[in-house]
Ligand binder design. Structure first.
Ligand code: PGA
Length: 243
């Protein structure tokens, strides 16, 4: 399983340090072999990453240059960051990133060998138009994206489920992940109102290989609990195989 904590614009450097101390010691004390990633705000980046991968929530696709307010590859390299979220719905819908810009970002960071967590997902009005419209919409989010890129992870995050407490039904997640599976062999994550109460059942669904967690990941203890659930699922699977 792959478990990602997306802090968005939350936590100071000091709070992030304290958080990382909790999660890193949990991961080593419990010999967790699932992949755990944290995406803090830029101001909390530090050049240290032990058993938890640190990624960024965004960056501008350039080595450096005149891009006021952005950060580029040069600044990421200083912190040894090699993991990036691209296409998150807040970048698309709140910050107005176009598919063209997102694809340019994807190409740039893929060329630099980054692990890319590429997010797709539909707004509610599209979901309400039925399956065909839904898939047509999600397809547009793959324009210019290389689904065969080796270091790719896809996160399906319905816009209407992000930060709302609403989650799709299990069938809706399974159907979307099955459709995504026909496009790519990359691991598929689900994101959108994942929390301690539903993480385990979501991770147990077919073609769900992890979760991208926003609000509920802000508590280090809750995030650790979700990591423990992933580990427990794997343990159960092993036991079932032995029966
Ligand atoms: P949420 O956010 O868990 O708060 O819904 C998920 C995300 O935006 O990645």
């Amino acid at each position: 399983m792959i478990l990602c904590a997306n802090f968005k614009a939350n936590k100071t450097r000091q709070e992030t340090r304290a958080y990382m101390a909790v999660v890193e010691s949990f991961v080593s004390a419990n010999e967790i072999d699932d992949i755990v990633m944290v995406f803090p705000p830029f101001t909390a980046l530090e050049h240290l990453s032990r058993n938890v991968l640190i990624g960024v929530q965004n960056a501008y696709p350039a080595q450096n240059g005149a891009y006021t307010g952005e950060i580029t590859l040069e600044q990421l390299e200083e912190f040894g960051v090699k993991t990036i979220l691209i296409g998150h719905s807040e970048r698309r819908h709140v910050l107005g990133e176009t598919q063209e810009h997102i694809a340019a970002k994807f190409r740039f960071f893929a060329e630099k060998g980054f692990a890319i967590i590429y997010c797709v997902g539909e707004p509610l009005e599209i979901r309400e138009q039925g399956d065909e419209a839904l898939m047509r919409y999600v397809d547009t989010q793959f324009v210019g994206i290389d689904c065969n890129y080796t270091d790719l992870i896809i996160a399906y995050e319905p816009v209407w489920a992000i930060g709302t407490g609403l989650t799709p039904t299990s069938d809706q997640i399974v159907d979307m992940h099955a459709a995504l599976r026909t496009k790519t062999s990359a691991p598929l994550l689900y994101g959108g109102s994942v929390k301690v109460d539903n993480a385990s059942s979501i991770m147990a669904l077919e073609n769900v290989e992890g979760v991208l967690v926003g609000s509920a990941s802000l508590s280090a203890n809750d995030f650790c609990e979700m990591i423990a659930q992933a580990s427990q699922l794997k343990q159960n699977e092993r036991e079932n195989e032995c029966l």
